[in-house]
Design a protein around this ligand. Structure first.
Ligand code: BTN
Length: 257
């Protein structure tokens, strides 16, 4: 996928107007972080056909078959407090879910804090990384991995995984989907810039099937069981646990079926 192919489909005014496209890279998030340090402007996108050290949350690896999917990072510079950076993953997940919905007959769901699921299987993972200096959020890197045309997944990936092609039974033009995702991200960005956090949370909640579910949240190895109750306006997940209601700002959640 070349920069020109993406630009042909692009309908945004800011996001993706500067694109760094690579055949192979360690991690688009790592590259984007170095660009931020050199003053990269908002909307800069880094994309790679292959990442040889793609990063997931909690130091995990992100595996994606070269040339089949989308692995990219977007630089944003929102003027928000570092206290609400948890909302950035929700914002991105919401934009991805809404965009993918146009191509499949089932509704993609958001899974807290940053996954998009179809039919209970993961189709997209998001790794948001903040660059904070002197207590101020200077930039954030939104790293997005979406499975598009890959239909076989390594048995080493233990969690159920899917792709657009898997769900729809047809392959997709990745540059077109990327352009659509960037447009969706740009349109929803208004919710962050104008600090309409409650609207963002409400829209996200309309797109999740987690409320009222029994879940286990892994907090640095401590497993906490509870029922998902609601979401705070900073994006924290509120669980009813044995010890009462508790808010979590990060963690790995498993829904108990
Ligand atoms: C997760 O589900 O744990 C998050 C996965 C995020 C993967 C994307 S792929 C593009 C960007 N570059 C990276 O190294 N990681 C993110």
């Amino acid at each position: 996928m070349t920069r020109e192919e993406i630009e042909r489909h692009l309908r945004t005014s800011v996001f993706g107007r500067t694109i760094f496209a690579f055949d192979a890279l360690d991690s688009t998030n790592s590259f984007a972080k170095s660009l931020v340090q050199q003053g990269a402007e908002e909307g800069t996108v880094v994309i790679a056909e292959e990442q040889y050290a793609g990063r997931g949350r909690f130091g995990r690896r992100w595996h994606s078959m070269p040339g089949k999917n989308l692995t990219f990072s977007l630089v944003i510079r929102p003027e928000i407090s570092p206290k609400v950076i948890g909302l950035l993953s929700l914002y991105a997940g919401l934009a991805v879910a809404e965009t993918l919905e146009r191509h499949v007959s089932v509704m993609p769901f958001c899974k807290w804090p940053n996954d998009v699921m179809i039919d209970g299987k993961k189709i997209c993972g998001i790794l948001s990384e903040a660059v904070i200096s002197s207590g101020r959020l200077e930039a954030a890197i939104i790293g997005i991995g979406v499975n598009i045309n890959q239909t076989e997944f390594s048995p080493t990936i233990t969690k159920p995984t899917t792709s657009l092609a898997d769900v729809a039974g047809t392959t997709f033009d990745r540059s077109l989907i990327l352009a659509e995702l960037l447009l969706g991200l740009e349109l929803q960005y208004d919710l962050i810039q104008k600090r309409k956090y409650q609207t963002l949370v409400d829209r996200w909640l309309e797109r999740t099937n987690m409320l009222g579910q029994e879940v286990v949240i892994d907090q640095d190895g401590e497993l906490i069981k509870g029922i998902t109750k609601s979401m705070a306006d900073d994006g924290g997940l509120i669980l009813t646990t044995e010890g009462g209601d508790r808010k979590f700002l990060a963690g790995d959640v498993t829904i108990i079926q």
